[in-house]
Design a protein around this ligand. Sequence first.
Ligand code: HEC
Ligand code: HEC
Length: 259
Amino acid sequence: MRVMTFGNRGSEMTIRKTLSIFLTSGISLAIALAFVAGTVSISTSPAWAEDDASIARGGKLYDKWYKVIKADGPKENHPAWPASNTKKKGGVTHRCKSCHGWDGLGKDGAYASGSYKTGIKGVNGMIGADTAKIIAVMKDKTHGYAGKMDDKDYMDLAMFVSKGQVDMKKYIDYGAKKSKGNAAKGAAYYNTICAGCHGMKGELPKDMPKPLGGIGNPQEFIHKILNGQPGEPMPALLALDVSITADILAHIDTLPKEK
Ligand code: HEC
Ligand code: HEC
């Protein structure tokens, strides 16, 4: 669930429109700017834009914080990683998503079973929580992240936990492991936003062991399409409606599963 003020978006659109009307009608830029400055303040960017940038960066940190901050991945298991899970070891046990899930639901979500089963609760209980409270949790004894990142990193992570989580059960059929979105609608977005890097058939970049259509982790895909890929210039589609992400994923489900 994300909180957004659409009013802000609307008013920015109006400024752009006003400017372009002035410019196309041949009035000088200086006059146009003076007009805009006199009527509406354009000195600060709208709050939603900054929030979305912070949330998306937080989402990438939640995915793999040490890659985002270009630090070496920890070698030992995270102290809170349960001994009962011997399938995962080392750096991966320090990623937020490994304990709390791509869906933020922990033991009640996609990681209720499988190689990431830990029995740890989700972070969904902190949706809407004060960022200071969330930061305090990351720095507590259980987590031990104090001193590992800087203030902006903790704030972005907290923004993601508080405002960036989406109700994945609304968009994914957990039993079938498929998106509930509309593949035909998603194709247009995929072909124009994603195909430049991933190829029309999801076959790129070449070093991906499987094409996008063959990876089959819908929760991970929704998270990455919304927030981006750590350490890569992949866009974050957070500013678009989540249903578009689900539509893109439905289209990816129709792409080849093997290279
Ligand atoms: C190795 C496992 C592990 C990792 C990695 C981990 N956590 Fe946790 N987290 C826990 C456990 C265990 C709890 C529950 C602690 C408790 O109940 O006392 C918890 C609880 C939380 C809570 C409180 C949830 C609530 O509703 O009370 C938040 C928020 C949280 N973690 C955020 C994060 C963030 C952000 C990261 C990554 C920077 C992270 N965690 C990484 C194990 C982990
Ligand atoms: C600017 C280039 C770029 C664009 C545009 C882009 N991506 Fe990516 N994406 C990447 C790179 C690079 C990776 C990392 C690939 C790797 O691990 O080798 C990646 C990884 C991914 C992954 C994770 C794959 C895995 O290994 O689990 C998914 C899912 C994904 N992209 C989906 C998309 C979708 C959907 C779009 C369009 C909305 C998109 N990407 C747009 C560059 C891009």
